[in-house]
Design a protein around this ligand. Structure first.
Ligand code: DAH
Length: 339
């Protein structure tokens, strides 16, 4: 009898399986209500007295071995199930996801392009590394023209014909060279000027250029378009076109928006005048049209350029232009809730 139980112990120790039913059958066979252990314990009373001690120990040993084996196999089985599952525990709470924020320059650029898209303007872009023709000469700024000094330019040292564009007006030229009127396009982009970096000016910033060329386009159309823009953008439709000079437009004007003088901030940003300058504009000079292959006898048009950084600073109350290019996440994260 004792030898038989010892064989069972060896069998139990050898036993292995990965199937759930086999473990359960194994458990029933040894530990079940009608299992072998029950039988052996029942046998106890028939065992001669001198063997009772050894018999008891060996049966206990079998019971322990069987119980441990069942526990061990179950554990392996449960761990395996977890490893095999593709999604893990679907009821676990999700990992928190950090939501990004758009850069304030992108926010304002998108707002402006949206406003103009709704009145039929498309969006065009040009290269930041430009040639002299597109940045200056075609825009009625021939070599040695004094107005070139209005914009301190970064030239490529080995080739003075190549430069970093000083304004997005260069995209006007490229667009007109490749498209015939009617033209309605706006061109957002980064521009570069050799200026001292401070809280108010930087050596690179962003502009949006607008261009409208068709038959019989007038200065009144220009004013209406700008008025529509300032109404949509700032909720303010009182504007003033102050006579100015740009070589590529004639007549030319500076665009001022009436901001009001209600709050202390209004006083501060308008220097006490109530008026805020947002860009330049004018009727495209016939020389520019000719340079770009458009007949000025047949067509006329207007153009304008506004600074994106200034508007972003104004709308989001950013006091230092350098924040816009320092990539400080503490600054950028503040725009999470913006559009
Ligand atoms: N390009 C000018 C600048 O950077 C802005 C500008 C003025 C653009 C008048 C225009 C315009 O298209 O008509 O200062």
């Amino acid at each position: 009898m004792i030898d038989k139980i010892k064989e069972h112990i060896a069998e139990v120790e050898k036993f292995t399986t990965k199937a759930k039913e086999d473990i359960e059958n194994f458990r029933i066979k040894y530990l079940g209500k009608k299992g072998l252990l029950k039988e052996f314990f029942a046998e106890f009373k028939n065992v001669p007295n001198e063997q009772k001690k050894e018999f008891g120990q060996i049966v206990n040993q079998l019971q322990k071995a069987a119980q441990e084996k069942v526990n061990a196999l179950k554990e392996v089985l449960e761990n395996n199930v977890e490893e095999k599952s593709v999604y893990g525990d679907l009821t676990r709470p999700a990992e928190p996801i950090e939501i990004g924020a758009r850069h304030p320059i992108s926010l304002v650029k998108n707002q402006i392009t949206d406003i103009f898209s709704r009145i039929g303007f498309n969006v065009s872009e040009g290269p930041e590394i430009e040639d002299d023709w597109h940045n200056f000469t075609a825009l009625n700024l021939p070599e040695y023209h004094p107005a070139r000094d209005m914009q301190d330019t970064f030239f490529i040292q080995t080739n003075p014909d190549i430069l970093l564009r000083t304004h997005t007006s260069s995209v006007q030229v490229r667009y007109m060279e490749n498209n015939q009127p009617p033209i309605r396009t706006i061109s957002p982009g980064r521009v570069y000027r050799n200026e001292v970096i401070s809280a108010r000016s930087h050596c690179f910033f962003h502009q949006i250029e607008g261009l409208y060329i068709d038959k019989d386009v007038s200065f009144a159309d220009l004013k209406q378009t700008l008025q529509h823009f300032t109404k949509e953008m700032f909720g303010k439709s009182k504007i003033r076109l102050r006579p100015s000079y740009f070589p590529f437009t004639e007549p030319s004007a500076e665009i001022d928006v009436y901001w009001g003088l209600e709050t202390e901030t209004d006083h501060k940003i308008t220097k006490g005048t109530g008026w805020l300058e947002i860009g330049g504009c004018g009727m495209v000079d016939p020389n520019v049209l000719t340079n770009c292959g458009i007949d000025p006898e047949e067509y006329s048009g207007f153009a304008f350029g506004v600074g994106i950084d200034r508007i972003a600073m104004l709308l989001h109350q950013i006091g230092d232009i350098r924040l816009l290019s320092e990539n400080d996440v503490r600054f950028l994260a503040q725009f999470k809730s913006a559009l």
